[in-house]
Design a protein. Sequence first.
Length: 221
Amino acid sequence: MNSEALTAFEGGQYSVVEGVVTDFHPMPYEGHHDECFSVATQRFCYSDYAVTPGFRNSASHGGPIRAGLRVCVAYSFGTILRLEIPRDQVPSLAQSSAAADSAKREWQTRTENDPIQQSMTVAFLFTAACWTLWWNLQWRRAMRFWLRPPNRPIIQYIFRVFFALNFIGSVSKLVWQLRLHPLTPQNAGRTLATTAIMSCVVGSMTALALLWIERRDRQGV
């Protein structure tokens, strides 16, 4: 609770509404829209992902609000300053944790089965594999992102091992993703187009960064 909200609460500068939770719209686990509910004529909205004062614990993250729950809300300009719930209706810590875990699993299932998300994931992993392959083929230039030459042989060896492990990891994840969600005629075009865009962006950023590094080194900055 920020200072203004705390001042309003301590000074009694708030309204109170009591009744049953109606028109309840829970927030998806991943966010995208707020959780909202009404008590009498007053509407409240909040999100775990918004840094705001007052109560903002959504049901998908273990919060207590649900349709039909009887509550007493102290609020100021829509901000929930105090939330009172009958003791026998407050979910236990285990129940809150189970609800949050269930919402997270549902979100993961939706994400894994979303064809657009699948294409984005494959494109990202393919781009990562190409980028880390470049690290291994051009390891001296790639090292300049971290260290200026010359470098001792042991430092070069450590970086080459690091680059190799990154390449192996990205390729392994790409193969695993393609085994779970193989490319099909329906999604191949979208995936390849997304991969091309990501690769162009990463390649352009890498080239610009290397130009800046080489210019900096020539000038001895």
